[in-house]
Structure formats: C-alpha cells, structure tokens
Design a protein. Structure first.
Ligand code: AMP
Length: 283
C-alpha cells in the first residue's frame, strides 16, 4: 500500500513540515485545491512532481470565495478519499487547515486584483470570487513559500488573476498553468460534476462541443458576434442557461471583436439544474 502523506492542520505543524521539505534547497511546488480530488487535480500533482522535488497539496474549501447563495455548504468534502488518491500519486505534504486556522476571528486583510484580467466573465456573475481567491492563494503562498504553484487552465481567468497577483506583488513563485483534463465525452472534470443528474450529465458535453466548433469557426475568421450567438443558441437548446460565452484575448483577457486580434481563448459559464459549469478552449 502506498504510504499516506503527512497532513498538517495547524500553522506550527505546517511551518515545521515546510522547513523540513526545503532543507538541502529542495524545490517545492504547491497544488492548491478545494478537495474532492479527481484526475484533473492529480494531473497538476504529476506536473508539480516534474518541476519540484517536493510537492505540497492544499485542501481547503475557502468560504470567502463563495457568495451566501452558492454551494459552500454542499461542496463535496472527501478528505479521506483525497488523501488516499494523493498517496497513490505520491505527495510530500497535505495542508488541510480549518476555516478558523485560515481566518481567526480578528482576521481583517484581503488582496484585490484589478484590471482587464478581472473585468467581466466570472467577476460579472461572482463578484466576490476573485477577492476570495487572491487572498487565500496569497496566504497559501506565504504559508508554504513554494517555488512553483500549479493551476489548471480549467479555471482560466483564475489562472490569469493569480499570475497577475504573483507578478504585481513580487511573490517569489512561478505560477504554472496546466491543460484541462476531460472525461471521454469531452466534459471538463470538475468536483461539481457530482451534482449533475443523469439527464444533466448527458447534456453537459454540449459545452465542450460548442467551444470547439466556435473555436474552429473563429479560426476561419468568420464574424465573431454571429459565431458566438450561434454557440449560445446550441448551449441553450441543450437545457443550459448561459452566464457567458465569450472570446477574449488569451493573455490579457481583454474583449476582442475580431478573430485577428488573437491569440484568443473562448470561455463559457452555464447553469443546468443546480449546477454551474465553466470551460474554455484555445483558438
Ligand atoms: P478546485 O479544487 O476546483 O478549486 O481546483 C483546484 C485546481 O485544480 C485549480 O487550479 C483548477 O483549475 C484545477 N482543476 C480543476 N479541474 C481541472 C481539470 N479538469 N483539468 C485541469 N485542472 C483542473
């Protein structure tokens, strides 16, 4: 049986463990997660192991990135199964703090990222989200002092925001983006996919299918507005309510109006039943 990694739950335990990992100048990488781990998360761990000698996985369902009406309470929490998966892949430390450890009652600080990377997309529908993400990721970086931090392109705007924050605040960490891991039918893996009913799960591949066809048509330099409008119609026809389907500049996330303004990323967020899914593709 693979040996289970040590789990730190308090800051003194974490700091002792990190000091040990960093001895002899070992490079460390962190993979921040909210748990309910799947192959997408494990692919980040494998990439981390290619970059660094020691890998830390944090598991923390961060309350400050959920609005009151969102799924903080029902978000899947599967720590035992998560640690077993991490033991299979092999990691050196699991950082699983409680909310009280992360946010003591007198906690009073936050990190705010502004500019084009934060404008629109997720921020328009979840205005609390990037403040919560930037602040918790900033804390994780200070707590663990990693050389590398692995983030999935699945949360593309989050990857851009964290990259911006690390550069702006001179955080000595290299933020690395990793490809999206998908189910066989194209649905991007997500901890939230467990919310989908059988019918919703059957409808869900429409997101990736549409992203791919939109990307293909943009490559042919068609009219971006028309292509996106047709894409929205296919997604809605499958039973989704769309938050956004947009083409953005792949690096700045600034809106683009013509396929020639690339490199382009097409991003979608849509809701079906009680589940909100996001996905994106490169053009
Ligand atoms: P989460 O636990 O959902 O907050 O995700 C933790 C990290 O895993 C984030 O950097 C995500 O972008 C990444 N991730 C989640 N799902 C996938 C996926 N299907 N493929 C690649 N990375 C993913």
């Amino acid at each position: 049986m693979p040996s289970r990694p040590p789990i730190a739950r308090t800051l003194p335990t974490l700091h002792r463990a990190i000091d040990l990992l960093r001895r002899r100048h070992a490079r460390t990488a962190i993979v921040p997660t909210m748990g309910a781990l799947h192959e997408g998360h494990l692919s980040l761990v494998r990439l981390a192991k290619q970059r660094a000698e020691k890998v830390i996985v944090s598991i923390f369902v961060n309350p400050t990135q959920f609005a009151a009406n969102e799924d903080f309470g029902s978000y899947p929490r599967t720590l035992n199964a998560d640690v077993a998966k991490l033991a299979e892949v092999g990691v050196d430390l699991v950082w699983a703090p409680s909310a009280d450890v992360m946010y003591p009652s007198d906690f009073a600080s936050s990190i705010k990222v502004e500019g084009p990377a934060v404008a629109g997309l997720e921020d328009a529908f979840r205005p609390h989200f990037f403040g919560g993400v930037a602040s918790v990721v900033g804390k994780l970086f200070n707590q663990c002092r990693p050389d590398f931090a692995m983030f999935g392109q699945k949360d593309y705007q989050q990857l851009m925001v964290v990259t911006r924050m690390a550069a702006d605040l001179d955080m000595r960490v290299k933020v690395v983006g990793a490809p999206i891991v998908r189910e066989r039918d194209g649905l991007a893996m997500s901890s939230r996919n467990v919310y989908l009913s059988t019918e919703e799960r059957a409808a869900a591949p429409v997101l990736y299918r549409t992203l791919r066809s939109v990307a293909g048509e943009l490559r042919q330099h068609g009219n971006a507005g028309k292509i996106l409008a047709a894409g929205r119609r296919s997604i809605e026809a499958a039973g989704f309510a769309i938050d956004y389907l947009e083409a953005r500049h792949a690096h700045t996330l600034a809106p683009i109006s013509s396929p020639d303004e690339g490199p382009i990323r097409v991003l979608v967020a849509a809701r079906i039943g009680r589940t909100r899914l996001i996905d994106n593709v490169k053009v």
